[in-house]
Design a protein around this ligand. Structure first.
Ligand SMILES: CCC/C=C/C(=O)SCCNC(=O)CCNC(=O)[C@H](O)C(C)(C)COP(=O)([O-])OP(=O)([O-])OC[C@H]1O[C@@H](n2cnc3c(N)ncnc32)[C@H](O)[C@@H]1OP(=O)([O-])[O-]
Length: 304
């Protein structure tokens, strides 16, 4: 396929800790002069994230591809952030649909194997990547629409909540919500803030304490998603919604988005290191490790 869109990648990005992983994933070359590197791409794919740009429409579809359940491994998180950054640097793209390439699963949330039986340094690295994903998506200047074509618990729900609009498939087997308490763990304050900003305080309190996973019609009622449509219409509906949002002048919409979201993001930005330390000490506790191990065992037994 011909390569057409030219994306300028700022050199500061190359200095990030995950630069090596990114370069390996995307085959980028370190620029000699540090002035940025030009990457030509019409359709680009890393291992875990597929991106299909449509320059004529000014949009792209980003598909998570980490079978079997799109768990948010360090690798997937890294590739997601890199792919988003590439799209943000591509002047031909103004809106993105986030969806899944795994049948029946949007994302199973954070990868439990990244949070179980590892060392504190790994937990810290992993949590930093989770924070980065959330901050990048939540503050993105692009219009983001989630096309939720499957189950979307915990971190999967969080990704959907960062979007400007959520379209969900009407299959009652697909559920969405922040179910952390069911695993014996606690959603961090910024997951909670994002949920409160979406469905309000009382509904969030109930949903978070009970770890509620909502089927599509209930998710619509509570405001966790904005539209429920037949499964085969999820992506096309998301693209139509994207077009509506893109009819608004970018600068006005972006400033408004930033005004609405910056105070929430700033709460995390002001205490990222402390939040990492909290996570590391919480997740390292024996009791929490036991809960997560048991939960993973339960998932495996369910299959057998
Ligand atoms: C403070 C921290 C905040 C935390 C936030 C989070 O997001 S916490 C995350 C909260 N997330 C959840 O609570 C969601 C837990 N997951 C589920 O509820 C279901 O897997 C499902 C509904 C997503 C899909 O059902 P299905 O019947 O289609 O699929 P299946 O169930 O048969 O699983 C297939 C394989 O995937 C494996 N695996 C699954 N999830 C994860 C994971 N997150 N990670 C890693 N692995 C995972 C599963 O063990 C099995 O492995 P095996 O045996 O092949 O080696």
């Amino acid at each position: 396929m011909a390569l057409t869109a030219v994306i300028r990648v700022p050199s500061r990005a190359l200095l990030r800790p995950w630069a090596r992983l990114r370069d390996a994933a995307l085959g980028w070359i370190e620029p000699a002069g540090g002035g940025g590197v030009e990457v030509s791409a019409q359709r680009f794919a890393s291992q875990k994230v597929l991106v299909e740009p449509d320059p004529a429409a000014g949009v792209a579809v980003m598909k998570f591809k980490n079978p079997p359940v799109n768990s948010l491994s360090l690798e997937l998180l890294t590739e997601l952030v890199i792919s988003l950054e590439k799209l943000e640097n591509d002047k031909t793209v103004r809106g993105v649909v986030l969806t899944s390439d795994c049948p029946g699963i949007f994302s199973a949330g954070l990868d439990l194997t990244e949070m179980c039986g590892r060392n504190p340094a790994h937990y810290a690295e992993y949590w930093k990547a989770v924070q980065e994903m959330w901050l990048r998506l939540y503050l993105s200047n692009l219009v983001l629409v989630a096309a939720i074509n499957g189950a979307s618990p915990a971190g999967g729900c969080l990704i959907a909540l960062t979007c400007d609009y959520r379209v969900m498939a009407d299959n009652p087997k697909y559920c969405i919500g922040l179910n952390e308490t069911l695993l014996g763990i606690v959603a961090p304050f910024w997951f909670k803030d994002n949920l409160v900003n979406t469905i309000g305080h009382r509904a969030s309190e109930r949903a978070l304490q009970l770890g509620l996973l909502f089927p599509p019609t209930e998710a619509l009622q509570v405001g966790m998603v904005d539209k429920v449509v037949p499964k085969d219409q999820v992506q096309s509906t998301a693209l139509s919604v994207l077009a509506q949002w893109m009819a608004i002048p970018d600068h006005a919409r972006q400033l408004t988005k930033n005004m609405m979201r910056k105070p929430t993001a700033d709460r995390l930005l002001k205490q990222r290191d402390a939040d990492i330390q909290n996570f590391v000490s919480f997740i390292s506790r024996d009791s929490i490790q036991k809960s997560l191990q048991m939960y993973l065992e339960k998932l495996k037994q369910k299959k057998g």
